[in-house]
Design a binder for this molecule. Sequence first.
Ligand code: MG
Length: 383
Amino acid sequence: MDKRRIAILGSTGSIGRQTLDVVRQHPDLFEVELLTANTSSETLIAQAIEFDVNSVVICSEDKYREVAEALQPKGVKVFAGIESACELVAASSVDIVVAAMVGFSGLRPTLAAIAAGKTIALANKETLVAAGEIVTETALRCNARILPVDSEHSAIFQCLLAAQGNTVTRLHLTASGGPFRSWEREKIAEAKAEQALRHPNWTMGAKITIDSATMMNKGFELIEAKWLFGLAPDDIHIIVHPESVIHSMVEFEDGAVIAQLGCPDMRLPIQFALSFPRRLSLEGRKLDFASLASMTFFEPDREKFPALELAVGAIKRGGNAPCALNAANEAAVSAYLAGKIGFYDISDIVRKCLDGMDFVARPTLDDIFATHREIFSRAEKMC
Ligand code: MG
């Protein structure tokens, strides 16, 4: 395998840091070209020095001076603002762009990388939720390959390598069920952010951990799967599997089901997206079947987790509805994290925003940005 040159959008977050951990284990195969961060200047500076990167972008302009003073003497080019990230991901010196920013803010730079025909290792699912049709159409037109980093979608992608052109009839998207799976509805209603942040199986950033607790994350993943693999929402089945051993499954016409299994470790899907089609060694725990007491499966409880139905409703409605779903959720989750609203207010606010939105059946990119702005500020006011 030729050495691959990597740009990481959002290098200081959970996926960004784990991507660098993969690079650390295979310095002969990967080289870091560009890192971008929103505000975490100290971490960005340390990463740029350790990986001897060519350029960095700090998105918040007021941190520019600090980053420039630390890195320019070391020969690192330093830029500020999201527009710089959009330009630099398109550079010829970049082979793979890891899209690991959180939320809607990842859409613009990810689209810039796609338009430049880069291979995208996609962790930023909100990009596909908000603008799935535009993103996948642009990727097709510009010959950009999108490789999933989300563990479920990486699992499906790995299972599909066994498809050999045969028809897939269903996808089974597994869900851990989050920290509140076995709680009563009344107790969940009182849950504080710090309780929701204790995810049983996966270590992730704050936004996605809250999305896992509401199960909006699984709704988003259903939308993501529709765009990545081209199945109708009704053919994507969400199944709760608290042990998180099976990371998702693919079902064929003859009823055969292919599953991908492993220990919950995000570095595996990250690494497979970076090294595809090769598999590389990965240190860490391996599955021990004899010590797995059991694997259990349940239908999700749609009354305790109303976000699921909201997401399915939005993707079936289509147009800019999933964009509105994401925008309302982004505003509500940050209000919940700040202690301003209760747990079920998140899904109530999302529902109200979807009910009152201006629906556009065939949104342009401008419509998507307008919908996001409008619904985000409407949801913020409700908080
Ligand atoms: Mg996932």
